[in-house]
Design a binder for this molecule. Structure first.
Ligand SMILES: Nc1ncnc2c1ncn2[C@@H]1O[C@H](COP(=O)(O)OP(=O)(O)O)[C@@H](O)[C@H]1O
Ligand SMILES: [Mg+2]
Length: 254
């Protein structure tokens, strides 16, 4: 098994409070690895640590975050800037926050490509239209020229996924990507993720919903109060959860 991401003993503090305590896990290449825990268990803090975008006050005390075998903690600002959006990208719960309201969808996707690739303008346009079609925004030329607020909630979620995919990242971190969507839209986004996995995508899927995750992920890591309490293949954990906390997470969505 090849691992794209290996987190070793990641510990994050804010003041004297420990938010993450010796968190270790791996994300296998070409698989969907889910990070599951109740609200406040530290899921978003893990995502922000990987992106090196922690809010002020939060500090990584020790640990190692190996991405393609290189420790992201040793990267300087410029090296991290080249990683973000291009090698690792993020999908958020709230798509409006991910977009600049003053730029069209096409303009913002173009910005990502202009920064991270040496494609010419017409190649970039083609790539953007391709990726919009890939997330099933079929009238892609129309979407290209829309502003974020002109799209429906479901279209915006897809546009954000397209934006995250446009520079062909190796790893996608999706932080509660379907929490705000109705069940039908949620199912369609999950289908998209399944499709991308077939094409070789590696995803770290963050969710409080073990039920949803069990239908989609390959591996799962259960997080409680900033600590990993169990991890393994989804089927194994769903069939025989070792911890009461995991059982409770399962029952909540049974
Ligand atoms: N900027 C911050 N300052 C202080 N505590 C924070 C900050 N951000 C998050 N926390 C705390 O870190 C813990 C984990 O939060 P978070 O990673 O957002 O959890 P989750 O994403 O699993 O809901 C929570 O107890 C939260 O209160
Ligand atoms: Mg969160």
């Amino acid at each position: 098994m090849k691992y794209l991401l290996e987190i070793n003993k990641l510990t994050v503090h804010v003041g004297h409070k420990t938010l993450l305590h010796n968190v270790s896990f791996k994300a296998a290449q070409g698989k969907i690895t889910a990070l599951v825990g109740a609200s406040g268990s530290g899921k978003t803090t893990i995502a922000n640590s990987i992106m090196r975008l922690l809010p002020t006050g939060l500090e990584i005390n020790h640990g190692e975050m190996l991405f393609e075998h290189k420790n992201l903690l040793l990267f300087n600002k410029e090296q991290m800037r080249l990683v973000r959006g291009a090698r690792i990208s993020m999908i958020f719960q709230e798509p409006l926050g991910a977009f600049n309201p003053l730029m069209t969808i096409g303009q913002q996707m173009d910005e990502v490509l202009a920064v991270h690739t040496d494609k010419l303008k017409n190649e970039r346009n083609k790539k953007i239209l391709d990726v919009l079609a890939k997330v099933e925004l079929l009238d892609s030329e129309h979407i290209f020229n829309r502003y974020p607020h002109q799209l429906s909630g479901g279209q915006r979620q897809r546009a954000m996924i397209a934006q995250a995919l446009v520079a062909d990242p190796k790893l996608i971190i999706a932080d509660e990507p379907t929490s705000n969507l109705d069940v039908t839209l949620q199912a369609r986004i999950m289908d998209l993720f399944r499709h991308f996995r077939k094409e070789g995508m590696t995803m770290l899927l963050i969710s409080h919903d073990l039920g949803m995750v069990s239908h989609l992920a390959d591996d799962v890591i259960i997080l409680e109060k900033g600590q990993v309490i169990e991890s393994g293949q989804v089927q194994t954990i769903m069939q025989a959860p070792k911890h009461k906390y995991t059982q409770r997470l399962m029952e909540a969505f049974a």
